[in-house]
Design a binder for this molecule. Structure first.
Ligand SMILES: [Zn+2]
Length: 159
């Protein structure tokens, strides 16, 4: 079976082939960043330091070394995916260490909580509209999850 590049789609941080998720060994800066508790921007800065990126684009060097693959996302924009193994290796060499799955999960819940908190604070209804009421319920659950995750990490001596 020949796999054409045009049959690939990039959905929610994963590479898919005609609807099937594939473990490609390539991820976005955002996803690699999460493994280290860093932002996509911080990973981008490292890639620029290494001469693998200029501005927002991968360099010829990065392409030649097979460190990056560009795919067209659903909406037509180009998504650059980086070879996880290689980028992890570079980050390790710079003294950065991967964080635990539990810490990644905690960061992910915190991130979602921040989005909802922002939306709640920006609405002019003072917590009375239907959307805010739903979001408050979700935010309460997220806070509970954050406390639970912190307790787990504390008990494991990870915080
Ligand atoms: Zn509201």
């Amino acid at each position: 079976m020949s796999i054409k590049i045009t049959d690939w789609r990039f959905v929610a941080g994963d590479l898919r082939y005609k609807g099937f998720r594939l473990n490609s060994g390539f991820k976005t800066q955002t996803k690699i960043g999460k493994m280290f508790g860093k932002t996509a921007k911080e990973i981008g800065n490292v890639l620029r330091q290494l001469g693998l990126k200029i501005g927002k684009k991968p360099t010829e060097k990065a392409k030649r070394q097979g460190l990056v693959r560009s795919f067209r996302g659903w909406e037509g924009y180009i998504v650059d995916l980086w070879r996880v193994q290689s980028v992890v290796c570079f980050l390790n060499q710079l003294g950065m260490r991967e964080i635990s799955k539990e810490q990644q999960e905690l960061n992910s819940i915190k991130e979602k909580f921040m989005v909802i908190s922002k939306s709640l604070s920006e609405c002019e209804c003072s917590g009375t509209c239907a959307k805010c009421k739903i979001q408050e319920v979700i935010a309460k659950r997220q806070l509970k999850d954050i406390r639970t995750m912190r307790t787990i990490l504390n008990n494991k001596g990870m915080v």
